[in-house]
Design a protein around this ligand. Structure first.
Ligand SMILES: [Zn+2]
Length: 275
């Protein structure tokens, strides 16, 4: 059994503000330790459940957050960027399941700590009308390779978002967010116990999970931005079409192509942070 653990930081227990998640933040050193230990809980549970290979993906920022020396030494770590499959790098390597650690709600959600999707100027993202955050974006990417997402750890809103999209997913609620930058947090040890248990429950009934796939092969991706100037910039990509001041669509033959276009557009926005 091969397991991919995709780890973000905003949904880690006791992480509630950009002082934690920003790499210059004064609490960042603490946040990356907390992130590493939550990942370790998932890795331990996977091996205890019979995994033969656990690949951990450092999926926050440029992929240099998890502390390699503190990581369970049985796991291998995907780090650095850019990578073709971004937060899911390695999901194309014959994985049996994906577990999310430190995941967060989609941009614009109420009571979801540091909610966003990839880039601060993306307000909403839809594929064939289905609105997704990083939970859905990455579950659809796993679906391309027929891999189900079976477990998520994050705040209560992220876990609810995941359950609505992926019925039956096991969840570990590590905090209850209050607005966008505050929360009621469980003790880190309790977070790790919850994660261990959720991974164990999921892998014990792995055969009951289905990968998430869109009904249609062709994909219309719609991105709404926080600024009209973001659309001006994103229109550099051939095939994009403006549908209103702040929204564009991109028609792709399949989901993987749409995902690549989304990643390219967010990279493009990163190059011009002043507009
Ligand atoms: Zn994220």
């Amino acid at each position: 059994m091969k397991i991919l653990v995709s780890a973000d930081i905003e949904g880690v227990g006791s992480v509630v503000r950009s002082e934690h998640s920003g790499i210059q933040g004064r609490e960042y050193a603490q946040a990356r330790r907390l992130m590493t230990e939550e990942v370790n809980a998932a890795v331990r549970a996977a091996f205890d459940a019979g995994a033969t290979d656990v690949l951990v993906v450092d999926a926050h920022n440029v992929g240099l957050n998890l502390l390699p020396e503190a990581l369970d030494e049985r796991a291998r770590l995907v780090m650095g960027s850019p990578r073709p499959l971004a937060m899911m790098e390695g999901v194309d390597r014959g994985m049996d399941a994906v577990c999310y650690v430190g995941y967060h709600g989609m941009a614009g959600t109420t009571d979801a700590a540091i909610a966003h999707i990839f880039h601060s100027r993306v307000a909403a993202l839809k594929f064939n009308g289905l609105q997704v955050g990083e939970i859905g974006l990455n579950a659809l990417l796993a679906g391309v390779f027929k891999v189900p997402v079976v477990m998520i750890a994050g705040d209560a809103v992220a876990c609810r978002e995941a359950r609505e999209l992926l019925p039956g997913i096991e969840t570990a609620v590590v905090k209850e967010s209050i607005g966008a930058y505050a929360g009621i947090c469980l003790h880190p040890q309790r977070c790790r116990e919850a994660i261990y248990t959720a991974v164990a429950r999921a892998l014990a009934r792995l055969e009951t999970f289905e990968p998430l796939v869109l009904k249609e092969t062709a994909v219309i991706m719609e991105i709404r931005f926080t600024t009209a100037s973001s659309v001006d910039r994103a229109l550099r990509l051939p095939g994009t079409e403006r549908v209103s001041g702040d929204t564009l669509v991109y028609r792709a033959p399949d989901y993987l192509t749409a995902f690549k276009a989304f990643a390219a557009i967010t990279d493009l926005l990163e190059l011009v942070p002043w507009i």
